[in-house]
Ligand binder design. Structure first.
Ligand SMILES: [Zn+2]
Length: 278
């Protein structure tokens, strides 16, 4: 029992908007949760700007409900903070809130956006997490919440941006076994995948009606979106999973170490991502 408790991981995923965590780390979250680890999703902003017909508190309330439902799919807590969508800034107050949140959750691993990204909310979410690294161990900073003894490992979620340097993962995880679970999570974000992103011309096909048709549509779009990752990082997949399985893997999530967290290296990689022996 004690040994099992020691092995249980605590994973914190910090995204800018209510759906970023699911989109970029829903697969590993489903795998962690199924293995009995504790995962928490946090959206820094309330999502109040992600729609063409709704906004403000009506949309924020709706997105909070969608996020809660998505978390319920895999039995995790999905926090939506109250920073306004489209207006996030890397202020000292926001940094202190993140430091307190990290200290209270005590994550072994934090996943977040890279600091180079088209969306200012993504950039500043990354900035805030990077600014909280190390400082979470400094007792006089946010003295009301006890400091951590160890700086958590931090890794970045995948993206397509190439300047100043392209996303450079050292960890890739096969998420095909939980693909339908991720689609079930994304399906909860109705305001996004069936309304806002469709309006935003994110998809080639029109959104169908009906739950089954919508899930099939969303699975197809999600697979199209993430399939290029497996091709781009095939060498790392083969190195991780071996030739036979590595050549066949089609859908992955990938993670790049952040230098400001504790090192993510060969020694702790298999402990923090316990998915490679199955
Ligand atoms: Zn976002």
């Amino acid at each position: 029992m004690a040994e099992a408790a020691e092995k249980q991981l605590r994973i914190l995923v910090v995204g800018a908007h209510p759906d970023d965590c699911d989109l970029k780390a829903g697969g590993v979250a489903a795998l962690y949760a199924a293995a009995g680890h504790t995962v928490r999703f946090v959206s820094m902003t309330n999502g109040e700007s992600g729609h063409h017909e709704m906004s403000g508190s009506a949309l924020a309330d709706r997105r909070m409900e969608e996020a809660t439902a998505a978390g319920n799919v895999i039995g995790i807590r999905y926090d939506v903070l109250s920073y306004r969508d489209g207006r996030l800034q890397p202020t000292l107050d926001a940094r202190f809130e993140i430091i307190a949140l990290i200290r209270e959750f005590r994550p072994d691993l934090i996943l977040t956006h890279r600091p180079n990204d088209y969306h200012p909310d993504h950039r500043y979410t990354s900035q805030l997490v990077c600014d909280a690294a190390y400082m979470v161990t400094v007792p006089p900073v946010v003295p009301e919440v006890p400091a951590l003894r160890d700086n958590p490992v931090i890794a970045f979620l995948s993206d397509k941006f190439t300047r100043p340097y392209p996303f450079s993962p050292t960890v890739v995880v096969d998420i095909e076994p939980v693909l339908d679970t991720v689609v079930d999570m994304l399906h909860c974000h109705e305001s996004q995948f069936y309304e806002w992103l469709a309006y935003n011309r994110f998809f080639d096909e029109p959104v169908p009606d009906g739950t089954d048709a919508r899930k099939a549509f969303l699975k197809n779009e999600y697979c199209k979106m993430i399939a290029p990752l497996a091709e781009r990082y095939r060498d790392l997949i083969v190195k991780t999973y071996g030739q036979e399985r590595g050549r066949q893997i089609r859908y992955i999530e990938a993670f790049e170490p952040c230098e400001y967290g504790s090192p993510l290296n060969d020694e702790n990689r298999d402990r923090l991502f316990p998915f490679f022996s199955a």
